[in-house]
Design a protein around this ligand. Structure first.
Ligand code: ATP
Ligand code: MN
Length: 456
């Protein structure tokens, strides 16, 4: 490894080798040992890098005793550089094999402390007794190592493509990327999920949403978006709540509830389309139905009023009363019959906070929407029109009994040239979880934060 002044940059990727780009060439493969086995004369190593895996074969006769022993010592997760010859082989997984000519160990693994994650740790009962991937105390304690498993790596690749798709969608529709503070003074989503932070003798909170600060810049930028973490002290343990999640939010001047829904539909469809274009292999590995994902990418998303959803639920003998917000147990029942995401609109005013605009046609309702994902995944977007006149916002704040003081800046936005506007928040982890068919939201974020865990 004496390579000062030289470059270590990789030029040969296992994915490309498997695509046939290096067949019959001598190459240098850099990666990690995924599995190995063999006998005294021949040794098989499955080598992985971020792009794929390939079986590599070392024969004692060709390598000599010393190199062969080095190869055998490269146990799981040892990092290595193999030099060898690429051979096409129909029987090999991926279609190619490497005949090893030389072995260099980069980072050895101590055989007394072998890699702690095995196949037996993958799909098992988790902390809550549910069958999920990677959810045992053991795997969660070793999350930093669990990330190297094929399943976790696959999820992270889908996640990366989803983030890219969101940026492309908004930038492609003339939205400007805009950042809000993460230390804030007031709640967006109800006080019960606020994280309190001591702040130089005062009290601050971690932001639950970018929205209020985005509205402040709405008259400046008109169309803005972000992808940023939001924080909510979610005490209940569900498969779709994190305490720190990635929130893609948009705010738009001169827009109705319908205009905003069109962008919600647009961005979700474009995430599905991007995953099909960039991550077909990963979706296939996860045994996702590609035609179903194509439907998510191509079909319009139907819209249904809250009242209609209540009727459907009551028709299924679900005990639910008009005026209640729909929790997951209800969304799940509702979405089981859906084959594409559906919007629920016009929730009762009593179920929603002050910033939702009251429907001028019927004051019992607000002009809002939730987008519910099928397959039982439930809400992935919440949004709507904002209360935009000064008079209405003061009335709604007072009606709710919310103090005006922390929201003075928010009220000012209305006092100086308020205009109709709105936006939405999309839970990126939830969307990836649904499109990946994950067993739990924590599968799609590298270091999940929940009420029970901030480590590692
Ligand atoms: P829920 O009722 O499921 O808790 P919410 O109504 O609190 O959701 P919003 O405040 O509308 O959600 O937030 C916008 C989006 O952010 C949601 O549609 C969801 O996709 C995502 N989201 C909200 N809370 C969480 C969380 N704790 N973990 C992951 N994603 C979340
Ligand atoms: Mn919530």
């Amino acid at each position: 490894m004496e390579r000062f002044g030289e470059s270590l940059v990789k030029t040969i990727w296992i994915g490309d080798v498997q695509n046939g780009q290096h067949t019959d060439q001598t190459v240098e493969l850099k990666g990690w040992v995924k599995r190995s086995r063999g006998n005294n004369n021949i040794w098989f190593v499955v080598l992985r890098d971020s792009t794929g895996t390939i079986q590599c074969v070392g024969k004692k006769k060709a390598l000599g005793e010393a190199v062969f022993e080095t190869l055998k010592g490269a146990i799981i997760e040892t990092s290595v550089v193999f030099t060898g010859h690429v051979r096409a082989d129909e029987r090999a997984e991926g279609g190619h094999e490497l005949d090893i000519a030389n072995v260099e160990i980069v980072g050895a693994v101590n055989s007394e402390r072998p890699f702690p994650i095995t196949e037996a740790d993958m799909l098992v009962e988790d902390e809550d007794g549910e069958l999920t991937y990677g959810g045992t105390e053991h795997t969660l304690n070793h999350r930093h190592l669990y990330l190297r498993t094929t399943r976790a790596t696959t999820m992270l690749k889908l996640r990366s493509s989803a983030f890219g798709a969101i940026h492309n969608y908004f930038r492609g529709h003339d939205f400007l990327e805009y950042q809000a503070p993460n230390f804030v003074a007031g709640a967006v989503e109800g006080g019960s999920t606020l994280f309190e932070v001591p702040y130089f003798g005062k009290q601050a909170y971690l932001t639950q949403s970018w929205q209020l600060y985005a509205e402040a810049a709405m008259p400046a930028l008109e169309r803005l978006y972000t992808i940023a973490p939001s924080f909510r002290a979610e005490k209940s343990r569900t498969r779709r709540h994190l305490t720190e999640f990635w929130h893609a939010e948009m705010e738009m001047a001169w827009a109705t509830n319908n205009d905003i829904m069109a962008h919600g539909e647009g961005v979700v469809r474009s995430i599905a389309k991007t995953l099909l274009e960039e991550r077909e292999d990963e979706l296939t590995y996860l045994e996702r139905d590609l035609e179903m994902i194509a439907r998510y990418a191509d079909s319009p998303y139907p819209r249904m009023r809250y009242d209609e959803a209540i009727e459907i639920l009551q028709g299924k003998d679900v005990s639910v009363e008009w005026g209640q917000d729909l929790d997951y147990s209800k969304e799940k029942i509702l979405t089981q019959d859906f084959d594409v995401p559906h919007f629920l609109t016009h929730y009762p005013k009593v179920a929603k906070p002050f910033y939702h605009r009251v429907d001028p046609e019927d004051e019992k309702y607000v002009l809002c929407h939730d987008l519910l994902a099928p397959e039982g995944y439930g809400e992935i977007i919440g949004g709507g029109e904002r209360t935009w006149s000064e008079q209405e916002i003061l009335q709604r704040i007072d009606e709710e009994g919310t103090p005006r003081e922390p929201y003075q800046f928010y009220i000012d936005v209305r006092s100086y040239g308020g205009v109709p506007h709105g936006g939405f928040g999309l839970g990126v982890d939830r969307v990836v979880s649904w499109l990946a068919g994950a067993t739990h939201i924590r599968e799609v974020i590298p270091f999940p934060r929940t009420s029970r865990r901030v480590t590692p």
